[in-house]
Design a protein around this ligand. Structure first.
Ligand code: ADP
Length: 268
């Protein structure tokens, strides 16, 4: 859409001359608005579990005091809400760290095949609980990329976790590592990792917005599985730092394929 440009106009007069200056303030205004939206979102997201916790504390110290069954149930819900707050604070800290790091070039050399199998192993309990089998298809097995191993673990953990959460119960999730190939957008050789699920998919108009902080598709599934809405924002920043690219392809009712392209040579 079209956007208005915001100007700061100043007028200076000296020795009979008048000087009128226009400064484009659009970017500054937008950054300010984004910061305000972010603070409002964080406050809302923290306040929701806090309000629930305070409500249960009140109930527990009153009506439910002498009812062991109700007490156990409420304590369970309180633990759930407290865990949700912990995840949110952890994700906020990750987000601020990756934003900070974005200008620093990663220096390690990462063996992607080994990294992907350890990520999948770590997610086995979650996959089992969802009746999902995660298969690793190493079309290329010894691809090394310059990168930050810890952050790449974060990227693929997030993507595979989403595929498990939003995939269909009992349906397969596939992680594929493809060999280096010329990538037009990255103007050089890139390695591709794709994570594919057979879930409900994502409507076209949501796709471009998924990497925004706190953006979630407002469907029953997203609310039920209860993430923070920060996962893909963190993923995007880490991929930017690696000068890579994220591609989300989805067909409603069929499933979703999320691909990460990483330059296989150090980039300047
Ligand atoms: P969340 O913590 O909510 O999972 P993310 O930033 O990881 O946050 O994802 C944002 C939203 O994108 C999710 O809430 C979900 O609606 C949607 N999404 C992400 N991955 C998938 C997927 N594989 N299939 C369907 N929807 C997805």
């Amino acid at each position: 859409g079209s956007r208005d440009t915001i100007y700061r106009v100043s007028l200076a007069a000296a020795d009979g001359d008048v000087l009128l200056t226009f400064e484009d303030q659009t970017a500054t205004e937008e950054a300010g608005q984004m910061r305000r939206d972010f603070v409002a979102n964080v406050s809302h997201e923290l306040r929701t579990p806090l309000t629930a916790l305070l409500g249960f504390i009140e109930t527990l110290s009153g009506a439910a005091r002498d009812d062991p069954a109700a007490r156990d149930r409420f304590l369970g819900i309180m633990a759930h809400e407290a865990n949700r707050m912990t995840r949110l604070v952890d994700d906020l800290m990750s987000l601020s760290r990756v934003e900070e790091d974005e200008r620093v070039r990663p220096r390690e050399h990462v063996d992607l095949g080994a990294l992907l199998s350890s990520v999948i192993k770590g997610l086995e309990p979650q996959a089992n609980a969802a009746g999902v089998n995660v298969t690793l298809d190493l079309v290329a097995s010894d691809e090394m990329v310059p990168g930050d191993a810890g952050q790449l673990v974060q990227v693929f953990t997030n993507l595979v976790e989403n595929a498990i959460k939003y995939g269909a119960f009992g349906r397969e999730v596939t992680v594929q590592l493809l060999p280096r190939e010329m990538n037009q957008r990255l103007r050089g050789d890139a390695v591709q990792v794709s994570v594919t699920d057979r879930g409900d998919g994502i409507a076209e108009h949501h796709i471009a917005r998924l990497t925004e902080r706190f953006y979630r598709v407002d469907n029953h599934r997203s609310r039920e599985v209860g993430g923070t809405g920060l996962g893909l924002a963190i993923v995007k920043h880490i991929i930017n730092r690696h000068r890579g690219r994220l591609l989300i392809e989805s067909e409603e009712g069929q499933g979703t394929k999320v691909s990460v392209f990483l330059p296989s040579q150090p980039v300047s």
